[in-house]
Design a protein around this ligand. Structure first.
Ligand code: 1HA
Length: 270
């Protein structure tokens, strides 16, 4: 497969192949833990994916065969957050969660090893998860002095139910790919050698589907969970579609032509 690099970064890789944008956390020495800079680069790459017309699906993964992501880099955890290069403590991965959920294209987590702590939450917020057989899942916050009561808990509970979500957080156990599949935490599990092939296969199917239909389904599934923000994003897309209709054009034209609009010409669907 001929992935071509979209943009060079320090902590991540960003590649493109036939409609797919692949974003790889590239810090294998620390099991792909993220520091504030890693998160800024991820946000930048996801923003590019949102804009690019030739990208229809995004894959998030980790470099190597050991880890998808091990969460926040404990080496830079300080008072109030993960310390950036300017000395400022940050929890900017929460901004990344919001972006992944509001990105109007499917995002697939390709989990190639440990998805632990904040790394586990990253796969939780993706639309689909495809895991290799060696993948291991779990939260670790209460063990290492952290917790994510945001998407990392409430959205997790939507995947696996309240009892399991509480078990995952309270005990900080690690779960095999098979266990994760059984509890509805991942979509499918494949041998490591087939991980990328399967992921690309799933992406290619989604690339054949109507992008607007996928977009609206993602919005609809989010809207129920995301309250006013979810409704806002869905309503935004309703406005987008309205602007594609003659009825909306008539309003603008009438204004610019300084005449009364004639909305009666348009059908009122039952
Ligand atoms: O909770 C949040 C947040 C909540 C709200 C808002 C923002 C948040 C942002 C982040 C987070 C968090 O992510 S908290 C949770 C942080 N992560 C962890 O607690 C996981 C730490 N890692 C482990 O438990 C284990 O490394 C492991 C289960 C993933 C793998 O264990 P294993 O196979 O025994 O390997 P290990 O030797 O431990 O790790 C391999 C190398 O990777 C080690 O480096 P070495 O000693 O060889 O030099 C290890 O130190 C490094 N490493 C692994 N995880 C991290 C890490 N280095 C820094 N940070 C890590 N997270």
């Amino acid at each position: 497969r001929n992935w071509t690099s979209v943009k060079e970064y320090e902590d991540i890789k960003f590649d493109f192949f036939e409609g797919i944008g692949k974003i790889t956390i590239n810090r294998p020495r620390v099991y792909n833990a993220f520091r504030p800079k890693t998160v800024l680069e991820l946000i930048d790459a996801f923003d590019i994916c949102r804009e690019r017309q030739d990208i229809g699906v995004i894959v998030l993964t980790g470099e190597g065969d050991k880890a998808f992501c091990s969460g926040g880099d404990q080496n830079v955890k300080g008072h109030g957050g993960y310390i950036d290069e300017g000395g400022v403590p940050r929890l900017n991965v929460l901004d990344l969660h919001k972006r992944i959920r509001s990105l109007p294209k499917p995002v697939v987590a390709m989990v190639n090893g440990y998805a632990i702590g904040g790394g586990h939450v990253l796969h939780v917020v993706c639309d689909l998860t495809i895991a290799s057989e060696n993948a291991i899942f779990g939260q670790s916050g209460p063990k290492v002095g952290s917790f994510d009561g945001g998407f990392g808990s409430s959205y997790l509970a939507r995947h696996v139910g309240q009892k399991k979500a509480r078990e995952i957080w309270f005990l900080c156990k690690q779960y095999s790919a098979k266990e994760a599949e059984d509890m509805g935490l991942v979509n499918t599990v494949v041998p490591f050698e087939q991980l990328e092939d399967t992921t690309v296969e799933w992406c290619k199917i989604m690339l054949q589907r109507s992008p607007m239909a996928l977009r609206m389904i993602k919005r609809g599934l989010n809207a129920e969970l995301d309250g006013q923000t979810g409704i806002m994003e869905m309503a935004g897309d309703a406005t987008l579609m309205f602007y594609l209709m003659e009825e909306a054009q008539e309003g603008r034209n009438a204004f610019l032509e300084k005449r009364d609009p004639d909305f009666q010409q348009f059908p009122k669907f039952p």
